[in-house]
Design a protein. Sequence first.
Length: 327
Amino acid sequence: MKILAPTTPLDPARYGRVALILGGLSAERPISLKSGAAVLAALQRLGIDVTALDPAGHPGSALFEALNPQRFERAFLILHGRGGEDGQIQGALETLGLPYTGSGVLGSAIGMDKYRTKQIWIGAGLPTADFRLILDETALEQAIALGFPLMIKPAHEGSSLGMARANDPDELIAAWREAARLDAVVLAERWLTGAEYTCGILGEQALPLIRLETPNLFYDFEAKYQANSTSYHCPCGLPESLEAEYQALCLQAFRVVGGSGWGRVDFMLDEAGTPRLLEVNTIPGMTDHSLVPMAAQAAGIDFDSLCARILETSILETRLLETVSHG
């Protein structure tokens, strides 16, 4: 069933002064700046009183001063990667008492950590790709035991940064060393050969699934943000009942790691056709190549309305906190 955009007029005064936090210092800074520019333009078109703020220009305590609640009523977070999706900025905003969009401190921290996300999924009985943790070279033998080919990925990076396929022990060592330049914690994951899907989450609803196809070895950084050869299929081509089943799985996967507000869950099918969860994104991209806006459009939600709904999560989370506080 399609999710339709609200028909009631938007009241910009409802949100007050909004800090749009973008950029940052992570490896995903260029994507965050591009996402932020798109969101800024949308909020301005909606008449929102919004100011862009880049933590990179406000080191240390200067960020707290810039985000003074006397200047802003809430924050729209569009920081990707470390410092933005790992709970750090969320913790700062909690300290300031400033409502913000998306997942809280715990959900953000877990969602950014692919290793702990997988541990929680396994504990909850949810299917994920088999993997091994590589902390140093001595753990490479355990990775080899999974069987080649393998997907090597840093545990705390997004946008497919540092990811590579390893077809033999020599390639495994090279891929691990490259990934370890970005992150001390690296995962070796069993290579999956089935179709790849992504599920956008908006509030309590799963958006239509998107099936991804790329001529590249996998859906890497180039395929995500630069290539025109990547194909996005929405409708995804699955029977309606099976798509609904996978949407429910992704909603559960998102919630069990503490995700809230909005986000995205990626999964692939294995050779037997079983879905295998890959990772959670708690602040997905909002560029012209991004998947959540694409899925929202298929659900009848244009980009401006999507930004308004994401901004609304800051109000909903505030109400939830008030309810808990006052019983």
